[in-house]
Write a new protein. Structure first.
Length: 399
């Protein structure tokens, strides 16, 4: 009796010591880890903002407006573009993706005539001009963008600043060609990591005067809590005073804050009266999430940005059947036709990656899950809606 009581006491004491120690150790390691992550985040944020600051001159509005390259561009737009142009940006590391995209859109009547490719380095310019001589190029050599970049880095922010300033330059530029003065240039801003089943230009979004800007939206369908959130891959801007102010503020914020440009756009669209923002329906543009839905209502444009890493993107697309460039560089039109019909009959195969999701996809899924959870909170969720994406970079601890 006595012995076992003693043993009990000893065990209990041991238990308490061990348990306390362990929980203390866990407690400290947890906060240690959080501290390290917070430090890493702050360092990333500081260096990204620093990078944008030290390179903002080369992508400034003033440098664009006063360049002879822009003057030439305006002349070409006046002469050859009866409908608003669509701008795409690339450096040499996006060439393969761009080739793939131009093969795809080459099968659609009149699409290439609407495009302008903004090349950020000479290799990109020369390669596009050689492979696609009919594609209009706007060459804007930007040394700070001469490297592959990934999400949430300084270079990524710099390219968004360039995009925003180019938008401003276009909106502000008046054309005096005829007796009528056109108020600036309306335009599309697009990304080439997208599969075009049909041409979005057929839908004449430019002619609907009920909005000033129309964006593709995030989320996975009309019930999604993320609907009417700007996705930012494909958008149309009508040039007017309201959109000019919109991009002036966007440029200012991008130059000083570590936040995704879509976060700012979502915030401004959701809290400002003007410009009037509209959203392209899901049967016209949809993110990669469509492939993991029941694949009904195939969109015109399917954005394939399921990877955070540009290098593996094309490999991933190959697996889904969206890689159309032959080894000799020619376009495989049969494969394009087959991809279109597989989309139309809802049989795009994603089996392989369904069981083995990539790290990039997993991260996005996780963050969207957390986001939807936050938005779902009554009252508070609605309140957070315009602001959540602004904090995106900071809260994404894995990036
Ligand atoms: C439009 O751009 C052209 C070419 O850069 C320039 O000459 C003209 O002054 C610009 N117009 C306005 C109103 O900014
Ligand atoms: C682009 O494709 C070519 C040929 O398939 C390959 O050799 C090259 O490494 C690729 N470049 C990039 C940046 O992925
Ligand atoms: C998309 O869906 C809407 C609403 O159901 C419909 O009015 C519209 O015609 C559809 N657009 C296309 C391009 O199919
Ligand atoms: C769907 O597309 C695939 C690939 O083109 C084809 O083999 C299949 O027969 C199509 N199915 C239907 C129901 O049309």
């Amino acid at each position: 009796m006595e012995k076992s009581l003693n043993r009990n006491i000893i065990w209990n004491a041991l238990d308490i010591i061990l348990f306390n120690r362990l929980s203390l150790i866990l407690f400290y390691s947890f906060w240690f880890l959080v501290g390290i992550l917070a430090l890493r985040k702050s360092q990333n944020a500081l260096s990204a903002v620093q990078y944008v600051k030290s390179n903002s001159d080369s992508v400034s509005l003033n440098s664009i407006e006063s360049s002879s390259e822009f003057e030439k561009l305006i002349a070409v737009l006046d002469e050859k573009y009866p409908r608003p142009p669509a701008f795409f940006l690339l450096n040499q590391y996006a060439l393969n993706m761009t080739d793939n995209f131009l093969c795809n859109t080459g099968t659609l009547e009149g699409a290439h005539e609407r495009f302008v490719f903004v090349t950020l380095d000479e290799i990109a310019r020369d390669s596009i001009s050689r492979r696609w001589p009919n594609i209009q190029v706007f060459h804007w050599p930007t040394p700070s963008l001469y490297k592959p970049f990934s999400f949430a880095e300084g270079a990524y922010q710099t390219i968004y600043l360039l995009r925003s300033n180019l938008a401003l330059a276009l909106i502000k530029n008046c054309s005096w060609k005829t007796f009528i003065t056109f108020r600036g240039k309306s335009f599309w801003m697009m990304q080439q990591d997208t599969f075009w089943r049909k041409s979005i230009f057929d839908l004449n979004y430019e002619d609907d005067m009920s909005y000033d800007a129309i964006f593709d939206q995030l989320g996975d369908g009309d019930d999604s809590l993320r609907k009417e959130w700007v996705n930012g891959a494909n958008w149309f801007i009508r040039a007017n005073d309201a959109t000019q102010f919109f991009f002036e503020r966007l440029s200012e914020k991008l130059a000083h804050w570590y936040t995704p440009d879509v976060g700012i756009m979502i915030h401004q669209c959701n809290t400002w009266d003007k410009p009037k923002c509209a959203y392209i329906p899901y049967n016209v543009t949809y993110s990669w999430e469509w492939m993991f839905s029941d694949q009904s209502n195939p969109p015109y444009l399917l954005q394939l940005d399921c990877e955070t890493n540009g290098g593996t993107k094309l490999m991933q697309l190959g697996r889904y059947g969206f890689h159309f460039v032959n080894p000799d560089g020619t376009c495989n039109n049969d494969k394009i036709a087959s991809a279109k019909s597989r989309m139309e009959n809802g049989t795009v195969e994603v089996q392989m990656t369904k069981t083995l999701p990539s790290w990039g996809r997993l991260q996005f899924k996780l963050y969207w899950y957390i986001t939807e959870y936050l938005l779902w909170i009554p009252i508070l969720g609605e309140y957070m809606r315009p602001y959540l994406v602004l904090t995106g970079f900071i809260l994404m601890i894995t990036i």
